[in-house]
Design a protein. Structure first.
Length: 447
C-alpha cells in the first residue's frame, strides 16, 4: 500500500561541500577511477583546469540503447497541436496570453500566474526542450537501472505499474532553468551572454507525486561502491549548432543527492505527468538547476566511478573573467530570485490604490522575507508573505501601492532566504548567462 510523505526535507549540504565533492571526483579521474560519457579530451582538460590540476587522462565510454519513442506528429501523438505552431516541438497549446515562444522552448508570462494559487497550473507551466517532446506510451514505458554500481554489475527494469506499487511521496517543488533571468545580464547590466533570452518565466512550482529514487536504487541492488547516478532521457539526440551529436540529454548526480530527496515523478498537480513535462516519468531534483531533473527518463546508470557528460562540462558551469580558466565546478543548487505578477511596462492608474503581487524562491533555503521598493530602490518596505516558507518552493507575497502622480516608476522586489542571503544589486557575469539573481528593475507607467 502506498503512503504519502509530504514532510519538508532537511538541507543537504552547502555549495562548499559540493565543490569539495567535485574536486574529489576529479582526483578519482586522474587516478583512473572515473570515466566520461561523450567527452572529448579538450573538454576534460577544461574540467581539470577548473581546479588547477593537469595531467594526461584516458577515458572509457559506455552507451545504453534506449527504447524507441513516438515522435510528435505521429499516430502516437494524439494531442491537437495546431495552437502550438509557434514551437513545433511542444505538444500542449501555447496561447500568447500565457507564453512567449523561445526557440524550442516556451516561457511562462509571469502575469499569467496572478490569482492562480500556489502551484503553477500545468497548462501554464514553462517548457524547456533540447529537441522536441517525445510522446510515449505509458503502458509500454519502463526504466532500466544498470551499471557497475549495482551488486554484481546487474540491472533491473521497472514499469510504471511497478513504480506505483512502491511507497509514494508527494511534495511541492519548483523546477527552474539555470538560465532563467539570462536576458537581464544584457538589458540590466549591459553584458553579453549566450543562450535563450529568458526573462523570469522559466520556472514553475507543481505538486509532484512519485517514488523516491533511493527506493528504486536499493531495490535494483545498490552496492556500497556506488558513487554517481546518471539518468538519461528518451528525447532525441541533441545536436549542437556545429553539427556535434552529444547524444541523449543526461547529467550525473552524486549518490548522496540521489538518495536524499530526488523523486521519479509520475504525477503533476494530481494528474498523470503530461508529455511536455516529462511523462510518463521524469526525475525531480528539488532545489537544483532544471537540467538535473531529466525528463522522459529511460535508463539510470549507477556507477562505481565518477561520471561526466557534456551537461556538466561544456554546459552548466560558470565561465568568464571572474572564474578559473576552465570554469567553475558543475552547477547544482538554484539561486535566489523574485518576480512581480505584472506585465513589463504595465500601465496603472495614478492616485489609486494597487495591490502588487509576486513570488520569490531560493535553492539554498526557504524564503524568509521579501522587501519591495516602488521608487527605484530609494526606500524599501516589507511585503506580506502568503505561504509558509519551504525549501525548494516559492512564496507568494503582496504589497499595497498608491502612485501619487502620473509618470514612470521602477518597481523592485528583494528576497532574503533562511541562509541569510539577500538578492544583490548586480550578478557576477558569466558567459553563458546562468544563475542571474540580482534584483530586477521592473518598469511601470502610472497614467
Amino acid at each position: 500500500m502506498s503512503r504519502t510523505d509530504s514532510r519538508t526535507d532537511s538541507r543537504t549540504g552547502t555549495r562548499d561541500e559540493e565543490s569539495v565533492y567535485d574536486r574529489r571526483r576529479l582526483r578519482q579521474w586522474l587516478t583512473g577511477e572515473a570515466r566520461a560519457d561523450g567527452i572529448e579530451r579538450r573538454d576534460m582538460l577544461r574540467l581539470l583546469a577548473a581546479t588547477g590540476l593537469a595531467t594526461t587522462t584516458t577515458a572509457a565510454t559506455a552507451g545504453f540503447a534506449a527504447p524507441a519513442v513516438a515522435a510528435p506528429g505521429t499516430a502516437a501523438a494524439t494531442t491537437d497541436r495546431a495552437s502550438a505552431a509557434a514551437v513545433p516541438g511542444i505538444v500542449k497549446p501555447l496561447p500568447d496570453v500565457w507564453f512567449t515562444a523561445r526557440g524550442t522552448n516556451a516561457e511562462t508570462r509571469f502575469e499569467a500566474l496572478a490569482g492562480t494559487g500556489h502551484h503553477t497550473p500545468t497548462d501554464r507551466f514553462f517548457v524547456r526542450n533540447h529537441t522536441a517532446t517525445p510522446v510515449l506510451d505509458a503502458n509500454a514505458w519502463s526504466v532500466t537501472v544498470w551499471g557497475d554500481g549495482l551488486a554484481g554489475g546487474g540491472s533491473a527494469e521497472f514499469t510504471l505499474d511497478d513504480l506505483k506499487c512502491l511507497p509514494a511521496t508527494t511534495r511541492s517543488a519548483f523546477v527552474e532553468c539555470a538560465g532563467n533571468g539570462r536576458s537581464f545580464f544584457t538589458t540590466q547590466q549591459g553584458q553579453t551572454v549566450s543562450g535563450t533570452a529568458w526573462t523570469l518565466g522559466a520556472i514553475g512550482v507543481a505538486r509532484w507525486r512519485g517514488v523516491r529514487l533511493g527506493e528504486v536504487l536499493r531495490r535494483a541492488g545498490l552496492s556500497r561502491g556506488a558513487v554517481d547516478v546518471l539518468p538519461r532521457g528518451l528525447d532525441a539526440d541533441y545536436v549542437t549548432a556545429d553539427g556535434t551529436n552529444l547524444g541523449r540529454v543526461r547529467r550525473p548526480l552524486p549518490l548522496s543527492k540521489a538518495l536524499d530527496d530526488v523523486l521519479l515523478a509520475y504525477e503533476m498537480n494530481g494528474e498523470p505527468l503530461p508529455p511536455d513535462h516529462g511523462g510518463p516519468v521524469r526525475v525531480l531534483v528539488p532545489s537544483w538547476i532544471g537540467i538535473a531533473s531529466i525528463k522522459w527518463v529511460g535508463d539510470i546508470e549507477v556507477s562505481a566511478q565518477p561520471l561526466y557528460s557534456p551537461w556538466n562540462t561544456d554546459f552548466y558551469r560558470l565561465f568568464g573573467d571572474a572564474y578559473p580558466a576552465g570554469g567553475s565546478a558543475p552547477l547544482s543548487r538554484q539561486t535566489l530570485k523574485s518576480a512581480f505578477e505584472l506585465p513589463w511596462n504595465a500601465s496603472v492608474e495614478a492616485a489609486a490604490e494597487h495591490r502588487l503581487t509576486g513570488r520569490s524562491w531560493s535553492g539554498a533555503g526557504a524564503v524568509a522575507r521579501v522587501d519591495v521598493s516602488t521608487d527605484g530602490g530609494s526606500s524599501w518596505r516589507r511585503a506580506r508573505l502568503h505561504d509558509a516558507p519551504r525549501r525548494a518552493d516559492w512564496v507568494r507575497w503582496s504589497a499595497d501601492w498608491r502612485p501619487a502622480t502620473p509618470g514612470t516608476y521602477t518597481l523592485l522586489a528583494r528576497a532574503t532566504d533562511t541562509t541569510g542571503r539577500t538578492q544583490p544589486q548586480t550578478t557576477v557575469h558569466n558567459t553563458q548567462g546562468y544563475l542571474f539573481d540580482a534584483v530586477v528593475r521592473h518598469p511601470v507607467r502610472a497614467v
